[in-house]
Design a protein around this ligand. Structure first.
Ligand code: CUA
Length: 317
């Protein structure tokens, strides 16, 4: 519950929480400072031009002094742009190279974009999740990005730059989170009706907490703690839910998102609503009403079935 209610940091490129985002923010500030300096210079020259027109200074030097004009054009039109563009090129090229650098002991995670959610797989384990990518602070991460359908784009502004997720292609994103917390990411490439509701969270945990979580996810899931949760599991297994969703040890559907740790997630429907029992009850009855276009059909359920199912799904972590 603590994880569920934990505050999510708003996506903000200027509030970096990973080494790569820091570098990008630094380049961003450098470009801003240079652009601001050029703007101030140009506005000053315009002001000088406006106020000096026809005054005594021009009369002395002569308005069309070829030597002065030539020097002005050489400096303003050639030297200055060459210096500025060289600085920009060096800053961006070195940053791009640094961002792609492989690091030792990377945590490998595979993320697949699907209309309209994210599949998450922790490489080298049988741990799957959806719409939530967990990692450890100060431990380098390598995320391989693939798409099951159309072009999406994986973007967590606090962590790293945006990277397209393209069918038939594997793109690789590397970064090292430097702050513990929950950071919102989104799909940043228009991918259909629910593009806006294809959000996810990056959850950066303390190293030992992450290790405990990952090894906990690899153990046999706990038996239902209450009769209601047990009843909910039976509803889940007897209805169409289990045909589309995987819950470790219970079902192996792959069409929809993996629900094995659903109860610990902050949102449902890839960010369409906060994960509360009330929202989940609305979702299982009629998902398309909350997220038009979603593949999950409305399901005819009794009130009892809904409350049992909600209790079961919220117990998964
Ligand atoms: Cu996926 Cu936009």
């Amino acid at each position: 519950m603590i994880v569920l209610l934990a505050q999510v940091n708003r996506p903000n490129m200027l509030n970096p929480a990973a080494s790569e985002a820091h570098r990008l923010a630094d380049v961003g500030w450098l470009l801003f400072a240079m652009a601001a300096a050029v703007a101030i210079l140009v506005f000053t020259l315009i002001a000088v031009g406006l106020f000096r027109r026809g005054d005594a200074a021009d009369a002395e030097v002569g308005p069309g002094s070829p030597q002065r004009d030539h020097r002005f054009i050489m400096i303003g039109g050639l030297v200055l742009p060459v210096v500025i563009l060289t600085v920009v090129a060096v800053a961006t090229i070195t940053t791009v190279i640094a961002l792609r650098q492989e690091k030792p002991h990377e945590l490998a995670i595979e993320v697949r974009g699907v209309q309209w959610f994210w599949r998450v797989h922790y490489s080298g384990t049988d741990v799957d999740s959806a719409n939530e990518v967990r990692m450890a602070v100060d431990r380098p991460v390598v995320i391989t990005l693939k798409s099951d359908d159309v072009i999406h784009s994986f973007w967590v502004p606090s962590m790293a730059g945006k990277l397209d997720v393209i069918p038939g292609q594997t793109n690789v994103l590397r970064f090292t989170p430097t702050k513990v917390g929950r950071f919102r990411g989104e799909c940043a490439e228009f991918c259909g009706l629910q593009h806006a509701n294809m959000a996810f969270d990056v959850v950066v945990m303390k190293g030992p907490d992450f290790d405990r979580w990952l090894s906990g996810r690899q153990k046999e899931p706990a038996a239902p703690a209450t009769d209601q949760i047990l009843a909910g599991r039976q509803v889940f297994g007897s209805l169409s839910c289990s045909g589309c969703h995987t819950v470790t040890g219970v079902s192996d559907g792959t069409r929809g998102p993996d629900l094995s740790d659903f109860g610990g997630r902050r949102t449902l429907g890839a960010g369409v609503a906060t994960n509360t029992p009330a929202h989940l009850a609305q979702w299982v009855r009629n998902a398309p009403r909350m997220k038009p276009g979603v593949n999950m059909p409305p399901i005819a359920l009794t009130d009892r079935q809904v409350s049992d199912l909600v209790a079961y799904l919220e117990s998964l972590s």
